[in-house]
Design a protein around this ligand. Structure first.
Ligand code: FAD
Length: 447
C-alpha cells in the first residue's frame, strides 16, 4: 500500500507519450520530478536551448509525489559541520542561496507560469528536549549570525532556563518564555520539550506544482520542449562532440545531459574518451525510504509545521515531523485540513532497488501511532499511508553542476530528505551554467 495524498489530488488529463522515434535537442534532461521540470523551466526561460525531458514513469510520481511537502530551507548538516568541510564563505553562500534565493526563484515560477497550486508560508518550530541539543544549536546560531545570516532567537522554557548551563556568549540568541508557550507552538502535550527553534516554513503539493508547470512548458514552448514519459534511459554515452542516450529501441542525441534522477536507477554511464564515471556515480547516493501517514480533519486551524527531537537521525531513533495544510481532493469534495506525520526511515543496502508498491510495514504504522498518541493524547485514524525514496549523497549535500570528468554531463540530484527548494535552486544554477555565467564555487559543486 502506497497511497499518497499528493498524487490523489492530481487531476491529470494529458496522455502519456513515450519516446517513439530518435530525437535530438540541445539539452536532454533525465527525470521528471520537481528537479527535472524546474530545470526545464529555467533552461527554456533563460537560454535558447531546445530541451527533451525523458521520464521513466510519470511526471512527479516518484519522491516529488511522496514527500511531506514542507517548503523549508533546512540543511541536514549543521552550519558548523558544513563550514568545517567547505569553509565559512561557501557555507554562508549556500545558506543564503536556499534560505533566500530559492524562495524567490520558486515565487518567480508561480508568477511567470501563473500557477494556481496552493502555496502557503508561515513560521514552523523545531522542538528540542535536551540541554546538549540546546547548546549545540545555540552555538550553530551564533556562527550563522556572525557570518551575517538571519537567525530567529531560540525559545527556551523559563521553568528550565535556570537549570541549563548556557555559555554567556550564547545568551543573546535565546528568548525565555513559558514552557506552556513552547508546547503551544509545537502543538504537543509532550512535556519533554524545553526549547523550540522558529524557522520559515511553508507547504506545497510538489507533484501538483510539477504537473501544472510541465503543462505550462508544453503549451508555451511547443517547438523547443518535448516530454517523453514511460521512457526509461538505460545507457548514456558521453562522446567528444555530443551525448547519446539509449531508451528502449530509440536514441536521443544532444550537446549535454542533465541527470535529475534523484541519484538512482540503472543508467550505465560510458565515458569512452575519459576516466570512468559509472562506478563512482552508482556509489554516490545512499537510498533511504521515508515513511509517512496523514489524516483529514475539519478545516479549523491554520497551516502548521513542526519537527520533534532534532537528534534522531538514524533508523532506530527517528525524528518526527508534522505538517498541516488545507486539502481538497476532487472538484466537488469538501475542503479539509490534512495533517501529515513523517519520521521513520529505512536505509536500503547498496544498489538495492526500491519497490514503490511495497506493502507499508505494520511496525512503521505502529511507530507513527505511538508518536501521535504521545503528542496529541489520541491516535487519529489515518486516511493515507505512503512512502518514498530519498537519495543521500555522501556529503548530505545536493549535487548541482558539471561532472568534472566530462562537462557534457551535469547533475541536479541527490535530494536528501529536504529537497524541494534545493531542486529549484539547482535548476536555476544549471540554466546559468549553460548560459556560461561565471559562478562562484559552491558547496553544491560535484567534487
Ligand atoms: C517521505 C519523504 C518526505 C519528504 N519530505 C520533504 C519535505 O517536507 N520537504 C522537502 O523539501 N523535501 C522533502 N522530501 C524530499 C523531496 O521530495 C525531494 O528532494 C524532491 O522531490 C526530489 O525531486 P527530484 O526531482 O530530484 O526526484 P524525484 O521526484 O524522485 O524524480 C526523479 C525522477 O527521475 C526518474 N528517473 C530515474 N531514473 C530514470 C531513468 N533511468 N530514465 C528516466 N527517468 C528516470 C524517476 O522516475 C523520477 O520520476 C521528502 C522525500 C520523501 C521521500
Amino acid at each position: 500500500m502506497n497511497h499518497s495524498p499528493w498524487l490523489a489530488q492530481l487531476n491529470r488529463t494529458r496522455p502519456i507519450e513515450p519516446l517513439s522515434q530518435n530525437l535530438s535537442a540541445d539539452t536532454i534532461i533525465v527525470g521528471g520530478g520537481i528537479a527535472g521540470i524546474s530545470t526545464a523551466f529555467f533552461i527554456l526561460t533563460k537560454t535558447t536551448h531546445s530541451v527533451v525531458l525523458l521520464e521513466a514513469g510519470k511526471v512527479a510520481h516518484a519522491a516529488t509525489g511522496h514527500n511531506a511537502g514542507q517548503i523549508t530551507s533546512y540543511f541536514e548538516k549543521t552550519f558548523t559541520e558544513l563550514a568545517e568541510r567547505y569553509g565559512i564563505v561557501r557555507t554562508t553562500a549556500a545558506h543564503k542561496a536556499i534560505e533566500e534565493d530559492a524562495r524567490i526563484l520558486l515565487e518567480s515560477i508561480f508568477v511567470q507560469a501563473q500557477l494556481t497550486t496552493p502555496f502557503s508560508q508561515f513560521i514552523g518550530h523545531d522542538g528540542l528536549s535536551r540541554e546538549d541539543q540546546v547548546i549545540k544549536y545555540l552555538s550553530d546560531m551564533q556562527k550563522k549570525a556572525l557570518a551575517g545570516l538571519r537567525v530567529r532567537p531560540m525559545l527556551v522554557a523559563k521553568e528550565w532556563a535556570g537549570y541549563l548551563t548556557i555559555p554567556h556568549e550564547l545568551i543573546p540568541y535565546i528568548l525565555v518564555v513559558s514552557q506552556e508557550n513552547i508546547l503551544s507552538v509545537l502543538e504537543t502535550d509532550d512535556t519533554q520539550f524545553i526549547a523550540a527553534i522558529p524557522f520559515l516554513s511553508g507547504c506545497m503539493n510538489s507533484a501538483m506544482f510539477s504537473e501544472e508547470l510541465v503543462g505550462y512548458l508544453l503549451s508555451i514552448y511547443p517547438d523547443r520542449f518535448t516530454l517523453c514519459e514511460h521512457t526509461a534511459v538505460s545507457k548514456v554515452v558521453l562522446g567528444k562532440d555530443e551525448v547519446l542516450l539509449h531508451a528502449g529501441i530509440n536514441t536521443v542525441t544532444g550537446s549535454q545531459i542533465v541527470l535529475c534522477t534523484n541519484g538512482f536507477e540503472s543508467i550505465e554511464i560510458s565515458n569512452p574518451h575519459g576516466e570512468d564515471i559509472d562506478t563512482a556515480f552508482h556509489h554516490e547516493v545512499q537510498g533511504v525510504v521515508g515513511y509517512m501517514a496523514g489524516y483529514k480533519e475539519p478545516l479549523t486551524k491554520a497551516p502548521f509545521a513542526s519537527i520533534y527531537s532534532h537528534e534522531g537521525m538514524n533508523e532506530s531513533n527517528p525524528y518526527f515531523y508534522t505538517t498541516r495544510r488545507p486539502y481538497e481532493n476532487g472538484v466537488n469534495s469538501t475542503a479539509y485540513n490534512l495533517t501529515c506525520i513523517g519520521g521513520p526511515e529505512v536505509y536500503l543496502p547498496d544498489r538495492a532497488t526500491y519497490d514503490a508498491n511495497k506493502e507499508y510495514p505494520m511496525e512503521v504504522s505502529d511507530r507513527i501511532a505511538t508518536f501521535a498518541s504521545r503528542h496529541y493524547k489520541h491516535s487519529p485514524h489515518m486516511d493515507f499511508y505512503w512512502h518514498g525514496l530519498m537519495g543521500y549523497t555522501k556529503s548530505w549535500v545536493r549535487l548541482v553542476g558539471h561532472e568534472r570528468k566530462n562537462r557534457r554531463l551535469l547533475y541536479n540530484l541527490g535530494c536528501n530528505g529536504v529537497g524541494i527548494l534545493t531542486s529549484v535552486y539547482g535548476a536555476d544554477r544549471i540554466a546559468r551554467i549553460l548560459n556560461e555565467e561565471i559562478l562562484a564555487a559552491s558547496i553544491f559543486d560535484p567534487q
